[in-house]
Ligand binder design. Structure first.
Ligand code: C2E
Ligand code: MG
Ligand code: MG
Ligand code: MG
Length: 282
């Protein structure tokens, strides 16, 4: 098949690859500068207890406020940050900033119960020998109750290098920091395997929720995941709830928590504060 392509087409292909490579390099350079200049902001997406319809916490989601390109999605720059190791300073900043925000909400006594803050941790962050030290330092600095911090990791973190990871997870558990498995169902782990680790909550990936309708196979699948999670003493969060019908079905299944555009998109600090103050209930 390649033979039928003319010489010119190879050149176009080459120059496209070249441009793509230059763009990545450019982004990498920009990202390095962004870390120094602190060009990041956090948006907060509420997590709702499905039985009460009340906000019980938020997930911190980082954005890059690029001086020329505007807000850049984490799906675009987190992979580059992972590759270059820049994820470590970025992740450390996110953790500190999110903890400060939560502590501020606690001080303002905006709700009658304590909100939680969920922060994503990537594979590379888990490989840092001083991860626990960093977390301890931030908790001490922000005076945050460790129980109100939730760390989200993906199945890949656990599947990789599981022994050292287990030690770290145990250290987090000792501090009563909560652990969540993010995007559950997209990796290759099983719930019975996860049972070997101190996991408090699993977040069912959005792809399972998005196809939830009255006669979907995913209904049975989600129900099965929930039964096992319950037996293993883990709570369940549904990610990416977009429709009232999905919410209704998840309530019937007695899913504990939910998150998604139906409730709210991720909001900047000010709008998230307004949302808490409005005491909205779903
Ligand atoms: P995630 O941790 O699974 O976060 C959920 C993503 O789904 C967020 O995308 C959120 O905006 C989006 N989302 C929430 N509800 C809905 C919905 O109803 N419909 C749809 N279509 N999407 C929904 P976002 O903010 O673009 O983040 C993407 C990913 O980037 C995150 O996925 C996480 O893996 C990563 N990420 C974000 N912030 C951080 C961070 O501070 N550190 C690390 N290591 N990764 C981060
Ligand atoms: Mg997450
Ligand atoms: Mg997720
Ligand atoms: Mg994800």
């Amino acid at each position: 098949r390649a033979k039928t392509l003319g010489k010119g087409q190879y050149q176009i292909f080459d120059s496209e690859m070249h441009n793509a490579a230059i763009q990545v390099l450019q982004l990498e350079n920009d990202l390095r500068r962004a870390v120094n200049q602190q060009e990041f902001i956090i948006h907060y997406q509420p997590i709702i207890a499905l039985t009460t319809g009340k906000i019980v916490g938020f997930e911190a989601l980082v954005r890059w406020n690029h001086p020329r390109q505007g807000l850049i999605s984490p799906t675009l720059f987190i992979p580059i940050a992972e590759e270059t190791g820049l994820i470590n300073p970025i992740g450390n900043w996110v953790l500190r900033e999110a903890c400060y925000q939560l502590q501020q909400w606690h001080h303002q006594k905006l709700t009658d119960y304590l909100l939680t803050m969920s922060v994503n941790l990537s594979v590379r962050q888990f490989a840092q020998p001083d991860l626990i030290e960093q977390i301890d330092k931030i908790l001490a600095e922000t005076q945050l109750n460790p129980q109100s911090l939730k760390l989200e990791i993906t199945e890949s973190v656990i599947m990789k290098n599981s022994q050292p990871v287990k030690v770290i997870l145990q250290q987090l558990q000792e501090r009563q920091i909560q652990l969540c498995i993010d995007d559950f169902g997209t990796g290759y782990s099983s719930l019975s395997y996860l049972h070997n680790f101190p996991i408090d909550n699993i977040k069912i990936d959005r792809s399972f929720i998005s196809s939830l309708n009255g006669n979907s196979d995913n209904l049975g699948l989600i129900s099965a995941i929930m039964n096992i999670a319950q037996a293993l003493n883990m709570s369940v969060t549904a990610e990416g709830i977009e429709t009232a019908q999905q919410l209704e079905q998840l309530r019937v299944l007695k899913c504990d928590f939910g998150q998604g555009y139906l409730f709210s998109k991720p909001l900047d600090g000010k709008n998230a504060t307004n949302l808490i103050e409005s005491a909205t209930q779903w």
